[in-house]
Design a binder for this molecule. Structure first.
Ligand code: ADP
Ligand code: MG
Length: 323
């Protein structure tokens, strides 16, 4: 069991950003309206995720740290309605196997909260405390018991970059959730959580970038798309400038990226990417999820139709602007 957890951890927990991704997804799944992230030293010495979601029932707390314990199994048929299929019930035990984790969770305000501390898979503390409704996960000293893995970590700056990417994408995917992100004592992100995507973009990329973006909006019988895309003045040299979301989840997809770029055809300088957030929604049956969830890749069953739809919708958004 302990070994199985360490092996699973090798797949789920590649670096601090993978821990953060799993823990934010859990907080999103719990219906949170506020998610606060605190990190130190690129997340290697500390990651703390605090949410105001449903909380974990006291009786379920230890179970949540066991392998294949998931409260989401009913929905597990559909990858894009839950966040963690493939690691179903593996995230918490995997993280607990390679770090020192403390979980404080309460399902009510004013009631008692359960507190559990697990270190390298072993329970160190189990008791009660006071805490508001929601969950606080504190992960310290990641890879403290797997020195080989620790050796592969890059600089604090590199790990911080990956952490930021995770928070930014979750914030862009969920403008209705108020996110904060703090690293080594300084606040790097604060989003209002009022559902306004443009304000999230402003918080991440700056207000002038946000102002320069035009709305993408469209639907056909199979797909709907919403988002923001920059006029050709706001471009970046990196394809990370384009955030593609499918049913609330960040993905990497040439089937969306290419028609988006195509819509800009002559407008875009070579090797430049327009700052964009493209959120596609579709029935999950139109997604081929026969790919590894951690790789963030996805196939669409009607890809040709999707490509045309994306290109036409983005073209319409751009041509509606006089610039
Ligand atoms: P999964 O997300 O695949 O179910 P995890 O190991 O990530 O597996 O989490 C195990 C279980 O712990 C979840 O199914 C959920 O019931 C509970 N849980 C974890 N984090 C939270 C949270 N922030 N709020 C509420 N419940 C949580
Ligand atoms: Mg999970």
């Amino acid at each position: 069991e302990h070994l199985a957890n360490q092996i699973a951890a090798g797949e789920v927990v590649e670096r601090p950003a993978s821990v953060l991704k799993e823990l934010i997804e859990n907080a999103v799944d719990a219906g949170s309206s506020r998610i606060d992230v605190v990190a130190e030293e690129g997340g290697l010495s500390l990651l703390r995720i605090t949410d105001d979601g449903a909380g974990i029932q006291s009786d379920d707390m230890l179970i949540a740290f066991q392998r294949h314990a998931t409260s989401k199994i009913a929905a597990a048929k559909d990858l894009f309605q839950i966040s963690t299929l493939g690691f179903r019930g593996e995230a918490l035990p995997s993280i607990a196997a390679v770090a020192k984790i403390r979980c404080v969770s309460a399902t009510d305000n004013g009631g008692l909260a359960r507190i559990v501390e697990i270190e390298g898979g072993a329970i160190r503390k189990d008791g009660e405390t006071n805490a508001p409704k929601g969950t606080e996960m504190t992960v310290r000293d990641l890879f403290f018991n797997t020195p080989a893995r620790l050796k592969y970590m890059k600089t604090v700056q590199t790990e911080l970059g990956h952490l930021s990417d995770v928070v930014y994408r979750q914030a862009l995917a969920h403008p209705d959730i108020a996110f904060t992100f703090q690293h080594n004592g300084s606040t790097l992100l604060r989003t209002p959580g009022n559902g306004d995507l443009r304000q999230v973009v402003a918080a991440i990329y700056g207000s002038s970038a946000a102002k320069s973006m035009v709305e993408i909006q469209g639907s056909d019988p199979d797909y709907s798309i919403a988002g923001l895309t920059a006029l050709p003045v706001e471009t970046r040299a990196n394809r990370n400038a384009v955030t593609v979301l499918v049913n609330g989840r960040y993905v990497r997809s040439q089937a969306v990226m290419q028609p988006l770029l195509q819509a800009y055809h002559t407008l875009l300088p070579v090797h430049r990417f327009p700052l964009s957030v493209v959120h596609l929604r579709m029935h999950p049956s139109l997604l081929d999820v026969n790919v590894h969830p951690a790789k963030l890749e996805v196939r669409f069953s009607k890809e040709a139709e999707l490509r045309t739809f994306v290109e036409e919708t983005v073209k319409r958004a751009l041509s509606a602007q006089a610039y």
